[in-house]
Write a protein that binds this ligand. Sequence first.
Ligand code: GLY
Length: 541
Amino acid sequence: MKYLIFLILPLLLLPLAANANLPQRGMVVAAQPAAARAGIAMLEKGGNAFDAAAAIALALGVLEPGSSGIGGGGFFLLYIAKAHRYVMIDARETAPKLAGKGEIYKTQSSINGPQSAGVPGLIAGVDRLVSQYGKLGRKQITTPAIRFARHGFAVSPRLKGMLNWRGKVLNDAARRVYLTGDIIRQPALADTLARFAKGGADEFYRGETAGRLVADMKRDGGLIREADLAAYHAVERQPVLFDYQGFHFVSAALPSSGGLTLAHIFGQLKHDDLKSMPKADRDHLLIESMKRAYRDRNRYLGDRDFVHIPADYLDARRLKSLRDSIRMHKTTPSAQLKGFAEPIGASVDTTHFSVIDREGNMVSATLSINYGFGSGYLSPSTGILLNDEMDDFATRPGQPNAYGLVQGKANAVAPGKRMLSSMTPTFVIGPKRTFIVGTPGGSRIISMVMLASIGFMRDETPPADWVSAPRFHHQFLPDVVQYEAGAFSDAVAAELKRRGHQLKQMKRRYGNMQAILLDRNSGHVTGISDPRGEGASVSTR
Ligand code: GLY
C-alpha cells in the first residue's frame, strides 16, 4: 500500500552503524518471573531471543492461564539483527466457518462459553518462531512449560483476583483445574504440549490434538471444526514503520490496530514540540489526537485480507487537517467529529514480554486469550483453555454488544477472518537508544504504548517512570478521558476541565508493561517491569 511504502523508506535508510555496540547481556522482562527465567535458560543454553520468546510464550500460557495460552493467539514483533530485518509473526485467531457472519451472537454470548472462541493461533506462531528463527528446536523450548504444567505452581495474588472475578464462567473441567487448591496442575495441557514438542504445529492443527479438541467442541457447543484448524496458518507481516521527530517506530500491523493508530496519533502531532509545551497543553493535544485516531480505528480498520483500508488512512494532508481541527482552548466533543459513532471494548487481560539477546536480536510480544480466562471453556481432553476473541469482532456491527460497545463493518465477523486487535508490541529506535515495549490492557494498550514512548523520547525522567507513571486514555467513545489516580495534578485537571474535557478516574490501575531499554553506545540494557503487576526482568550472567 502506498502509505506503507512511504513510511518504510526512512527506516530502511537508518544507518546500520546506529547499532554501535551489541547488548552486554541478554535480558527478558515478562509478567511472571518464572517465565522470564525460562527465557533466560534458553539464552544460556545457546539459544537466541527467538528461542527465548517461544519458551516464554508457552510458559506464560501455563503460569498465567487467565491471560494467554495455546488456546489463544498474539503477535510477535521481531528484529533479526544479522539481516537488519523487522518482521511480525501474526498468530491472531481466526473466525471458525460455523460463525458465519456472526449470527450466532444475536442469541449467544461472544464472551463466555465455547462458541466465543476463535481458532487458536499461538502454537502456529511459536512453531514458526522456532523453526524459522530459533536455534534450539521444539523440544527444548517446550520443556519449561511442560514442567510448570505437570508439576504445578502456586496461585499468585493476581491470579487469585482474576479467579474471583471470572471463576463463575468457568466450565467444570476448568474449575477442576483452577479452583481446587493453591497449586495449579495441568496434566492434560502438559500432554498436549508434549505432543506439540514431538509433532509440531502439524500435530496440533491436523493430528491427535485437533481431533480431541474438535470432539470436545462438538459435544459442548463450540464452533471450531477440523477444517478450521487445518486451514490455520501464522502469517509473517511487514510491521508498521514510521518516523517521528528523529525516532523510528516499528509496531504491530493489521490485524492489530496498534501500529496504525500510533502512526495516526504521531502523524497528527508531527510538528508539535511535545517536549517543551506545558503539561496541560500536551495532555490536551494527546487526548484530542487520540480521539481522532481511535475514531478512524473503530470505523475503518479490520483484517486487511478481507477489507479494504482507505488508501489515505495515514495521508499526511489528511492527518494535518485533523491536527488543524484541534482547538487548543477547547475540546471537540466526539459527537461533533464527523464519523460513525463506534466505541471499542477494553478487554481486561492479555500479557506482554520483551527479549533481547547478545547478538542484538529483539522480540516484543503481546499474547492474549482476550478477557480473563477467555471463554472460560477448558477442553477436557486437551487441557486447552479457549479464548473468547470472537468478542473482539463487531459481533453486531452498528449495535452495542453485551458490554454496550459498538464497532464497524470493517471488523464484522466472516469465516477465516482475523478479529481486529489493539495489541501493540513495539520498538522505538532513537538516535542512541532502543526501547522495546508493550503491555496488555485492551483498547488502552495503544495509548499506554504512546505515553511510554513519549516518556522515552522526552527523556526527562528515569526509565522506570515511563512505565510506572499514571496513565490517561481517550478512545473517541465514550467521550471521556479515562485516567489513573495521579495522572493529572489538580491544576492540570482543572485546566483540562476548563477546556471541556470530562475526566473519569479509573477505580483500578491498568496495564502491565514489560519493557527493555538498550543503550547502543555502551551496550547497557535496562529491564523495566510494570509495578502494577507481578513481573520481573532477568538477565544473562
Ligand atoms: N483481545 C485484546 C486485543 O486483541 O485487543
